[in-house]
Design a protein around this ligand. Structure first.
Ligand code: PEP
Ligand code: MG
Length: 846
């Protein structure tokens, strides 16, 4: 058998590998190599299991010959990545009427009956596929329970319970192999990131019963708390038990360490406990991982059945990786590689401030931690449209399905009526670090009518604002004060190590002082994009803005802009102060002006009142400004060229704020960015005016300052003509949102409606607004970067579209030699870690 890698006894030198036999088989081999007391085990490779599913069994006799003729066996799954799951273990194979009699003499009739009964149950449900309720009426345990269970089995199947160990094992192997190939198992593991054709290995292991004379039992032990990652012996042990019984709800499990609350394994079997602790520490050191030890105690002796990575929260993952490195078990680079960047979201999300007033509508199941506020949307398509508009939204569904994943990506939080901790929304929400509440069944979800009715009768409609507190499970009305994420010492250490490896800068997109503060807290290396237009939507400013839009003459416009100037200046002073000593890139006004005008009749009437104009005038002007294709219309630099007073005002506000903020702190070097450029002449015209404003401010104030002027490259033409644009600028920042929109001819605001269908049918591998399209948009980035740098060596290059926070997209930017990426503040740590992992992989030649 040793010559057959497909069914091999696990020895220190057996040909067992994770890629062919799965993680469990490989781990068992490592434990065997450490000389730990592991029961005899045979590993079946992925190939062997696949053949079994197809009806070709391996040599069962040869497998059985590896074990004592009287040994009971168990079969457990061994997928490549333990997180991909697999069919449940089947224990006590080999139990039959004869073994039952023998074992009754040895360990007592009760214990022997319990072993047999467990096997009959398992076999009936998982192998013979009987309905579990077949056994519902059996209340007896022990010998009588066993007799009734065997009878129920025979009645249901019209066959007697198989007595031959080989026949039992064959049937178990066949059913586990087929279960893995089934559609639902396939979908489940694909949702966890497994490839469609992922293999399953199986291990056949000799059972150590865990029941019988002396101290017998089973349990699990680990050296850390799986939620916090803090060093602490945790786990459970249950006398006279098997498998994972000790973890069952309501069982009278013992504590492991001495504990004032009750009996502990340390007291009941001190030597076994000490041995276990030693074994766990050895496993940590040699397997270079925090391991959960699955063990059995047989008459006071410890056997180790298995070791699995301690399941862990994101917070614990960081602490575990950092402690392993601090203890010299793994190098810091490996600690950096071990933390999934996406998982950081779970640590990073803000929480509702403990002192905030809470208007609690209901409490559901707290399925994914963190809190977020947004406008209600009832469909995934609306969520995507809302995200494309830059509006935070809460996805409210009766329950979610795989086709909602894209909508969940677009939402800031999810609320569902149905489901539990392991339902789709909960699992996916946790995976994405998205605050999520499921099972909020006290609310009425009238999703068709787009109504959400709270238990107190309040009705919430699409667009109303809710806060989801995924940490407590509370659904709150409105927008309570939030508390920024607490970043503990281990997180900071990990980030420090990441930054030491990283070779691409990470900035944040921040429009408000609050955003800037988050960016600063997350150690962003400056602001890469401040979208100034958001500042004009604030209540006191909107009317002034509208007056400016309605001004008939350049001088009239300038007069209104003079009122907006101090407001803008104050915005910038705040940003500069928060970001002291770091670059702040301010993008000049970008959207079409009519976005600021009222669309409803009542809104237009109000505006007419405010401006002292007849309503008909307002209506006419609004109608005149309407565009068929506003995203391709009068916006961005086109406004700068045709209505230059707006950019003049913004430039003045930026420069005056620069001087003001630099009075107290380190000098600020502002960066001024021109959006939506497609032609060199646009840059020449705008640059001339901005330079003029800078000189004017400088001479008025009698002070000099530096600034950098850059161009946002977000039209395909700007990429193609980067060589003639670059000489006029200090930097090019690729706006990959618009660039993706224009490269594909795909509306950012409307693509959500058919994106799922496109991805499902494989037209796009991924939503190109989410993951940068390497082939098309990436090609334009490459051209633009090459042409720009050729014309102007040393030109700073960056990406500031949403892709800047996406790990795969950061890889593309890094490969193109970009200086930095800029992403939303909460994604900064994710980007820092991803960038470090890319750099480390590159160093390792990966
Ligand atoms: C972009 O287009 O990529 C960009 C960053 O600008 P906005 O999303 O504001 O259009
Ligand atoms: Mg843009």
């Amino acid at each position: 058998m040793q010559n057959n890698p497909n069914t091999t006894l696990i020895t220190p030198t057996a040909p067992v590998a994770t890629a062919t036999h799965g993680g469990r088989a490989k781990c068992l081999q490592r434990l065997v190599r450490l000389d730990l007391p592991v029961p005899r085990t045979v590993a079946l490779s992925f190939e062997a299991v696949h053949e079994i599913a197809e009806g070709r069994l391996p040599d069962i006799e040869a497998i059985l010959n590896q074990f004592d003729a009287s040994a009971l066996l168990c079969v457990r799954p061994s997928s490549e990545d333990p997180d991909w799951g697999g069919p449940g273990a089947v224990l006590n194979i080999g139990m039959n009427d004869a073994r039952y009699v023998e074992l009754s003499d040895k360990m007592g009739a009760e214990a022997a009956a319990a072993l047999y009964l467990r096997f009959v149950h398992n076999f009936a449900i998982h192998v013979a596929r009987l309905d579990p309720d077949v056994f519902d009426d059996i209340e007896e345990s022990g010998r009588e329970g066993l007799r009734l269970a065997l009878r129920a089995y025979e009645e249901e199947t019209d066959e007697s319970f198989p007595q031959d160990r080989g026949e039992q094992l064959s049937a178990v192997l066949r059913s586990m192999a087929r279960a893995w190939e089934g559609t639902s198992a396939r979908l489940l593991r694909q949702a966890k990131g497994a490839p469609a054709d992922a293999g399953l290995g199986l291990v056949v292991q000799e059972m150590i019963p865990g029941v019988g004379q002396g101290e017998c039992g089973s349990g699990v032990l680990q050296l850390v708390d799986p939620v916090t990652g803090q060093p602490q012996i945790t786990g459970r042990y249950l006398s006279q038990s098997q498998g994972r019984d000790a973890l069952g709800e309501g069982v009278a499990a013992l504590y492991l360490e001495k504990d004032p609350r009750g009996r502990s394994l340390e007291e009941v079997a001190p030597e076994a406990f000490a041995a276990l602790k030693d074994h766990a520490a050895l496993m940590r050191r040699k397997l270079r991982e925090e391991m959960q030890v699955e063990f059995v105690i047989e008459n006071g002796h410890v056997h180790i059945l298995d070791g699995v990575r301690v399941p862990r929260s994101a917070r614990a993952a960081v602490r575990i990786a950092v402690r392993l490195a601090e203890d010299g078990i793994i190098p810091p680079q490996e600690a950096v590689m071990r933390v999934d960047p996406h998982s950081l979201n779970e640590l990073l999300h803000r929480q509702v401030h403990p002192d905030a007033k809470r208007d609690v509508l209901t409490t559901g199941i707290a399925a994914s931690p963190g809190a977020a506020t947004g406008k209600i949307v009832f469909t995934s398509a609306e969520a995507q449209a809302s995200a494309a508009r830059g509006e935070a939204c809460i996805l409210v569904r009766s329950e979610t399905a795989p086709e909602d994943v894209r909508g969940m990506h677009a939402a800031v939080a999810v609320l569902t009526e149905k489901g539990g901790m392991t339902s789709h929304a909960a699992v996916i929400g946790r995976g994405m670090g998205l605050p999520c509440i499921v099972g909020a069944s006290e609310m009425r979800f009238q999703t068709k009518k787009e109504h959400l009715v709270a238990p107190d009768g309040r009705v919430f409609k699409a667009g109303d604002v809710l806060t989801i507190d995924g940490t407590s499970g509370q659904v709150l009305a409105g927008e309570p004060e939030m508390l920024e994420a607490a970043l503990d010492d281990c997180f900071q250490t990990l980030m420090r190590w990441a930054d030491a490896e990283r070779d691409i800068g990470i900035r944040a997109n921040a429009d408000t002082p609050a955003d800037a503060q988050v960016a600063r807290n997350f150690d962003a290396q400056g602001i890469g994009l401040c979208r100034t237009e958001h500042m004009f939507f604030e209540p006191g400013r909107l009317t002034v803005m509208r007056e400016m839009i309605f001004a008939q003459t350049s001088s009239g416009r300038a007069a209104v802009l003079a009122r907006l100037l101090p407001m803008q200046r104050e915005d910038f002073v705040q940003l500069f102060r928060i970001m002291e000593g770091q670059p702040v890139c301010i993008r000049l006004f970008d959207p079409p002006l009519h976005e600021f005008l009222p669309t409803t009749r009542s809104g237009q009437r109000e505006l007419a009142e405010a401006l002292g104009l007849p309503v008909s005038d307002v209506e006419r002007r609004v109608a005149a400004m309407r565009e068929y294709n506003p995203m391709l219309g009068l916006r961005g630099v086109r406004l700068g060229v045709t209505v230059p007073e707006i950019y003049d005002m913004q430039a003045r506000a930026i420069f005056e704020a620069t001087l003001e903020a630099s009075e107290e702190g380190a000098p600020v070097v502002p960066e001024v960015m021109i959006p939506l450029v497609s032609a060199k002449r646009e840059v020449e015209l705008v640059k001339a005016r901005i330079d003029a404003v800078a000189s004017a401010v400088s001479s008025e104030r009698g002070k000099t300052f530096d600034y950098r002027l850059g161009v946002m490259v977000e039209t395909p033409r700007a990429c193609l003509r980067a060589d003639e644009i670059a000489p006029h600028t200090a930097f090019l920042s690729f706006g990959t949102n618009d660039l993706t929109q224009m490269t594909y001819g795909l509306s950012r605001d409307d693509a959500g409606r058919f994106m799922s269908a496109y991805v499902q049918q494989g037209v796009f591998a991924e939503d190109p607004f989410h993951v940068l399209d390497a082939d098309g948009v990436g090609e334009l980035l490459k051209l633009g970067a090459e042409r720009g740098r050729q014309a102007k060596p040393g030109l700073t290059l960056s990406v500031c579209g949403e892709h800047g926070g996406n790990p795969e997209s950061i890889g593309i930017c890094r490969a193109l030699g970009f200086d930095y990426v800029s992403c939303s503040p909460f994604r900064v740590p994710v980007a820092r870690l991803s960038a470090a992992q890319l750099a480390i992989s590159a160093k390792l030649g990966g």
